[in-house]
Design a binder for this molecule. Structure first.
Ligand SMILES: Cc1ncc(COP(=O)(O)O)c(C=O)c1O
Length: 390
């Protein structure tokens, strides 16, 4: 006899991604499935130097607790970057450090969602965030995201239903790789501003535009109605778990309380190491190198796709990030393709779980993690199976 699980646990969506990690680890399997950065681009040497310097200089205090909202010099750095790169001014007190940006979604759910509250999500949208929010029992309402960004007509009509939150990823979206156009950002900001709905602007891939940032932040347009979430996971290290949210002033007290209640604070040591890394290295030139490397890798992937995959399939050419959005012919079920690919030793990520509705013929492909050799082999498998099936 065991206690019954809470409603919150029952409501929390399953993660399709985690089950794929096990499949991808099988011997001989090639993976285009997960969203991991390229191992060879993580700055191990400079992080080692920064960690040593932090330990040498700080002695025992380096390993101590810090304030719940995070290490002040790092928050000041992020506030300064908001001013220089993201087009808005913010006091460091409104930058709240978290255990990866994933924790922001859980905190925002906890802060705002009661069971049955309405929440707008992108269709398709990032599954990991949907899983976090799902624990709070919201009714998800999908707004379609296409090549230009969010469907404004749909957004306007959903806003009539008084949703509390809109979770968006305007830059190089996971899963589709799509970015909102500048006009689309302005239109979204116009709809959301003063509507009573809080915009969550996930900027996880914002720094990974191959030719720089692709558009202004919506936070710069409607600062009081937007929480911008950020992360060093896609640039410096996903394992160090350093994310943050930039909140409007009216949220300060309750956001601080929320993080204290859930984890006391995020990892202080890693925050200090990253802060030191940023002080000792030119982050902009580091990012320039990273963007160049991902651009080269993406072009290699696109060439391999063009060489090996038949035209009956469709895919986009992203301008940043790590994902290509792949479509089997309209009316077909990409889940069947996904199964057949696994039989042929290629793991991909079906697009259906990223959708509130539709998406049966979609698949997400990650080109950042596999080596060039694996990209060639993987796209050959993809092409062979597609030719057999379609
Ligand atoms: C769009 C998006 N947002 C947020 C996250 C969470 O990243 P982290 O918690 O490592 O900052 C991810 C992870 O893949 C992501 O793809």
């Amino acid at each position: 006899m065991h206690p019954e699980f809470s409603q919150r646990t029952k409501d929390t969506m399953d993660s399709f991604i985690m089950s794929l990690v096990e499949v991808a680890a099988q011997p001989g399997m090639i993976s285009f499935a997960t969203g991991l950065p390229d191992n060879s681009l993580l700055p191990t040497g400079p992080i080692e130097d920064a960690a040593k310097a932090v330990l040498e200089e700080g002695s025992a205090s380096t390993l101590q607790y810090d304030t719940p909202t995070g290490y002040i010099p790092l928050r000041e750095y992020i506030a300064d970057r908001c001013h220089k790169e993201l087009g808005f001014d913010v006091d460091y007190r409104q930058v709240i450090m978290t255990n990866g940006s994933q924790e922001c979604f859980d905190l925002l759910g906890k802060l705002f969602l009661d069971r049955g509250d309405r929440m707008i999500v992108e269709n398709p949208g990032y599954l990991g965030a949907l899983q976090s929010y799902s624990a709070y029992g919201p009714e998800f309402i999908g707004v379609d995201v296409g090549e230009d960004g969010a469907d404004i007509g749909q957004l306007e009509s959903i806003l009539q239903k008084s949703p509390k939150l809109f979770y968006s990823i305007p830059n190089h979206q996971n899963p589709s790789g799509i970015s909102y156009s500048v006009d689309n950002r302005k239109a979204v900001a116009e709809c959301i501003g003063d509507s009573g709905c809080l915009l969550i602007e996930d900027d996880a891939y914002g720094e990974l535009g191959y030719d720089g940032r692709v558009g202004p932040t919506m936070k710069s347009m409607i600062p009081d109605d937007t929480v911008l979430t950020g992360s060093f996971s896609k640039t410096i290290s996903p394992g160090m778990r350093i994310g943050w949210m930039v909140i409007p002033e009216w949220m300060s007290r309750d956001a601080g309380k929320g993080i204290e209640a859930s984890s006391l604070q995020s990892n202080t040591f890693c925050q200090k190491v990253v802060s030191r890394f940023l002080a000792d290295n030119d982050y902009d030139s580091f990012l320039k190198g990273l963007r160049k490397s991902y651009k080269i890798k993406k072009e290699f992937f696109m060439d391999a796709m063009a060489d090996n995959v038949p035209d009956v399939m469709e895919w986009n050419d992203p301008q940043g990030g790590m994902f290509v959005w792949f479509r089997s012919p309209e009316g077909t079920d990409a889940m069947k393709l996904f199964d057949k690919l696994i039989e042929n030793k290629l793991v991909t990520m079906p697009g259906r779980p990223f959708h509130v509705n539709g998406g049966e013929n979609t698949i997400r492909l990650n080109f950042a993690t596999p080596s060039e050799e694996q990209i060639i082999q993987g796209t050959k498998i993809l092409g062979k199976v597609c030719r057999e099936m379609y």
